[in-house]
Design a binder for this molecule. Sequence first.
Ligand SMILES: C[S@@+](CC[C@H](N)C(=O)[O-])C[C@H]1O[C@@H](n2cnc3c(N)ncnc32)[C@H](O)[C@@H]1O
Length: 212
Amino acid sequence: MEQLLPALRWIERQTRTRTNHAQMLVGLEEGLYLRDFVCNTSSVRVLEIGTFTGYSLACLADGVRSVSGSSARSGDVFVDAVEINRELDYIIEEGLQRAGVSDLARVVFGDAVEILSSQTSRQQAGIAEEYDLVFIDADKRQYPEYYELVLPLVKRGGYILADNVTWYGRTSSHTDSKSSGINAFNLKVESDTRVESRLVDIRDGLCVIRRK
Ligand SMILES: C[S@@+](CC[C@H](N)C(=O)[O-])C[C@H]1O[C@@H](n2cnc3c(N)ncnc32)[C@H](O)[C@@H]1O
């Protein structure tokens, strides 16, 4: 935590300076919520879909470090992340170093749907077959696909957290592809008997899904 806060400030500054999309970051309140969620659920194997400049990744990895304590270097403790755009990899890399978690977190660059869709492609990318927690924060149009692809990878009793599920209040009134993607995702989760879910009112809505 000591290293995390200055690292997050650095990532945010770099993101503002080098991109026009700083609004995509989860921000401090949600970032620390993610970190605490990892700690409270004792999650040590975490997967992130959609990393951008690594802000939420640093928060998740710091949570894993805190849970795992002295066993942090064991092979069972890790955060994998999938990001389609490798242009900002230097920010991710330095941000993780500054947060002191680069030994725990690993980013795979590529399309999450392609990577997750078969055991062979998962193996090639080094994606595990079981996670304690998955954080979804990539292309809103693909949320229903990410959900179906990651649910079998979440251990029973484990969690999926999905960001932006209220989509700035647009899901019911807008028919554009992103609103429709989030809407379809929300309906799918609500009616899915394999899981239980609740909405956390933080930033743009975080859906907390527990696999039964
Ligand atoms: C909202 S940003 C992620 C922000 C990040 N979670 C944070 O708070 O620090 C969404 C990211 O998802 C990535 N993305 C979009 N489609 C993707 C896909 N099919 N596979 C992997 N990443 C994808 C985008 O390139 C973008 O960096």
